[in-house]
Design a protein around this ligand. Structure first.
Ligand SMILES: [Zn+2]
Length: 245
């Protein structure tokens, strides 16, 4: 198991082997701010245990980068926190969440021994939502949350603390981006806007921490796939991208 990795002043990410996923945790004088809640209550319980190694203080805020189940289906394990996300993250979770839980309970692509964990899932959406940008202050630290257009979904936000960007699944490392709910052309534009904002490390939703060059490359790579030019996106991923054009 990887330990917490400190990528800025009391700014941590933990890379979980399941889905090679990154969870963010920022320590403030007033408590923790956590970014994404993992795939189901069992995983969220493990996350809660891991958070106690960072601080004995409570989780004050939980930020959802977007609506996808692997980032939000652990939300119910954080009843003491205010959950923040984009308006469309809340909307998407409420409209598609219950059906998705039912689907995941039967999903043959998901490890059979883990499927029962979805029996426990309650859909808990963000209660503090925004459309463009907002800032929150916690324990004397400033968190800048912003939306730069549709991309991986219609409600992906990025979070800055100091010079560290948490990019959710708008940025992927170690695997192809997920196009299932995406808007590929707009995703390219969104990544270009984001790249201009990057001044430090970028934490993707999955995979290794990257930098501005990776964000620029990903915009180029998706653009190339759309144009039918050589790109890293091939096979079923390319088919899904095309189905979303
Ligand atoms: Zn996602």
């Amino acid at each position: 198991m990887q330990p917490w990795d400190e990528i800025g002043d009391r700014i941590f990410r933990r890379r979980y082997p399941e889905l090679d996923q990154n969870i963010g945790a920022i320590v403030t004088d007033d408590g923790l701010v956590v970014i994404d809640s993992r795939s189901h209550p069992h995983h969220a319980r493990i996350l809660r245990g891991d958070l106690t190694r960072l601080s004995p203080l409570p989780v004050r805020w939980l930020i959802n980068t977007h609506e996808h189940w692997d980032h939000t289906f652990g939300n119910q394990l954080f009843p003491e926190a205010v959950i923040v996300g984009h308006t469309n993250c809340r909307r998407g979770l409420l409209s598609a969440g219950p059906e998705l839980v039912a689907e995941l309970k039967q999903a043959d692509w998901f490890p059979a021994e883990e499927r029962h964990h979805f029996d426990e899932v309650e859909i808990v959406p963000p209660t503090l939502v925004f459309d463009g940008e907002t800032r929150l202050w916690a324990g004397g630290r400033e968190f800048r949350l912003s939306y730069h257009g549709r991309g991986h979904t219609d409600g992906d936000i990025v979070i800055f603390i100091d010079d560290v960007m948490f990019a959710g699944d708008l940025v992927e490392e170690g695997g192809p981006p997920n196009f299932g709910d995406s808007y590929p052309r707009e995703w390219v534009d969104t990544l270009r806007v984001m790249a201009d904002l990057v001044t430090g490390p970028v934490v993707p939703g999955h995979g290794d921490v990257v930098d501005r060059a990776h964000v620029v490359w990903q915009a180029y790579d998706i653009g190339a796939a759309i144009a039918g030019e050589p790109s890293s996106i091939t096979g079923p991923h390319l088919d899904t991208l095309r189905s979303r054009l």
